[in-house]
Design a protein around this ligand. Structure first.
Ligand SMILES: Cc1cc2nc3c(=O)[nH]c(=O)nc-3n(C[C@H](O)[C@H](O)[C@H](O)COP(=O)(O)O)c2cc1C
Length: 261
């Protein structure tokens, strides 16, 4: 497989970077090709602004969705964004790796998503009508490809458990796993999360590294999270509400994971 690893940490000596090196070494040992986008090292521009749309007239109102649609359709996105889109198209799997900062990804990685997941490429794909609401949530440009998160978190595992004060980790990562990765069609694998990440010694590092090696060895075979497909019959169209009778006893994000598994 070809694997794109998008890495968001400013420090090469960080735990996050050490785990990145473990992941890449295992993937390459297993014969995979790894493309690395090291966002800080690349000086990645994280904010969407007019400079992203060189074809836009100086006095024209910037409507980010319309500008993205136009730029993608006319191949006038900036070279840095086009290069990332080409990597995404060529890769069979996408890994996003980052430290949990304020319960989500660092701004530089969010900005990578904002700029690279263009209209017509990652969203706004397929027929939108009263019969069909686009190719998304399990369908779309990335269908057939796999994606997963590798995350370090300062908090304890228990803090992110079902009754933990931070909220369950699957809920916190839902906007990324479901909203960013499943949306354009990726099969999303369970995340690899390293907890208590500010209190690491050599023994804990080796245990985490071995867990991560195993996840890399099984990247092609791990069962994806059973998110419901938008166009698979579970949702009313066009309201996109889960049909009556499904998800009994569930609420919130958990409703969108099929009980069939
Ligand atoms: C700006 C910032 C925000 C953070 N927010 C969280 C958080 O929301 N939850 C958490 O568990 N840890 C949080 N942390 C701790 C980091 O997750 C932790 O320092 C990091 O994962 C350690 O890995 P590293 O050595 O590779 O940086 C935060 C750290 C920083 C600097």
């Amino acid at each position: 497989m070809k694997v794109l690893l998008v890495f968001a940490h400013p420090e090469p000596q960080s735990l996050t970077a050490s785990l990145r090196d473990v992941a890449i070494a295992q993937l390459e040992a297993d014969g995979h090709e790894v493309l690395l986008s090291d966002l800080y090292a690349m000086g990645w521009k994280s904010e969407i602004d007019r400079a992203d749309f060189p074809a836009l007239a100086p006095d024209e109102r910037l409507l980010p969705v319309a500008a993205s649609r136009q730029a993608y359709a006319t191949d006038t996105l900036t070279a840095d964004v086009k290069a990332e889109i080409d990597k995404l198209i060529s890769a069979d799997a996408l890994i996003l790796q980052f430290p949990l900062w304020w319960f989500t990804m660092p701004a530089i990685l969010k900005g990578w998503v904002d700029r690279v997941f263009a209209y017509g490429f990652a969203y706004g794909v397929g027929e939108h009508s009263d019969r069909r609401w686009g190719d998304r949530y399990g369908e779309g440009r990335m269908a057939g490809k796999r994606a997963m998160l590798i995350v370090t978190a300062g908090g304890w595992r228990e803090h992110y458990g079902p009754r933990g004060v931070n909220g369950p980790i699957d809920d916190l990562l839902f906007p990324i796993n479901h909203g960013i990765l499943y949306y354009p069609g990726y099969d999303v694998l369970p995340p690899f999360v390293t907890y208590s990440a500010d209190r690491f010694d050599a023994a804990r590092f080796e245990a985490a590294a071995e867990g991560l090696r195993e996840r890399m060895r099984t990247l092609e075979t791990t069962t994806p999270i059973a998110y419901r497909r938008q166009n698979g019959g579970d949702y009313e169209i066009p309201t996109m509400e889960l049909r009556e009778g499904l998800g009994a006893g569930m609420s919130g994000f958990g409703l969108h994971v099929s009980e069939k598994g």
